[in-house]
Design a protein around this ligand. Structure first.
Ligand code: G3P
Length: 218
């Protein structure tokens, strides 16, 4: 399963990329607004693309298809790593189809149901981003949605990659792996939680303590 970091924070992106922990980046307008300040978001996207060797999702902010296509085309011209993110609306799906016809990769975002995911795949989406945490927040079954999408995509041989998004904790990630999500995008905090285990820490402490008894270097 590909791991994407869900952030526009360059410090976090550099740390994870240098450690070889991530396959790409996803952003959204809220994440970019948090870090962009007075700067041009296009410069930020370029810097992210030059830091990470993989897909970098950059989202349009227009709501009609023509403007989404114009924005998406501009975003895609920033760097080959850019994947244009469009919302799962009628206009978003129209824009998706048109951008794909131009050879631009598209991530269809804000997906909350299996029929929406089917429609995105039929529009040629490269990735579909179902938001599991936000479904859980309203008492629905976020991970159940991932299973439904996996089942229907497999049933109809659809090649759109499932990019499980709005992941809030490590359990979401584990379930995404078990279900066979193609990708998961996670906030930095969850990325580092994933590699930690108390038995690893206590095991390492014991090994180092025992080694001290022989007082040798390697
Ligand atoms: O970037 C899309 C998604 O991962 C947002 O997550 O935590 O804002 O629901 P969240």
């Amino acid at each position: 399963m590909k791991i994407f970091l869900d952030t526009a924070d360059l410090g976090e992106i550099r740390r994870a990329a240098e450690a070889g922990l991530i396959d790409g980046i996803t952003t959204n307008p809220s994440l970019v607004a948090k870090v962009a300040g007075d700067g041009d978001p296009r410069d930020l996207y370029l810097e992210i693309c030059e830091t990470v060797d993989g897909p970098v999702s950059a989202e349009v902010v227009a709501v009609d298809a023509d403007r989404m296509v114009a924005e998406g085309t501009r975003l895609a011209s920033i760097h080959d790593n850019i994947v244009v993110k469009v919302p799962l609306t009628e206009h978003g799906l129209r824009a998706c189809r048109r951008l794909r016809a131009e050879g631009i990769r598209v991530n269809v975002t804000l997906c909350f149901s299996a029929p929406q995911a089917l429609m995105a795949a039929k529009a040629g989406a490269t990735y579909i981003s179902p938001f599991v945490g936000r479904l859980d927040d309203i008492g629905h079954d976020g991970m159940g949605l991932i299973a439904e999408i996996r089942e229907s995509y497999d049933q109809y041989g659809l090649e759109t990659e499932i990019l499980t998004a709005s992941i809030r904790h490590t359990r979401h990630f584990v379930l995404a792996m078990r279900i066979g999500s193609d990708c998961a995008t996670i906030p930095p905090k969850v990325l580092y939680q994933l590699m930690k285990h108390p038995l690893t820490d206590s095991g390492l402490a014991a090994f180092l303590k025992d080694w001290e008894t022989i007082g040798r270097e390697i």
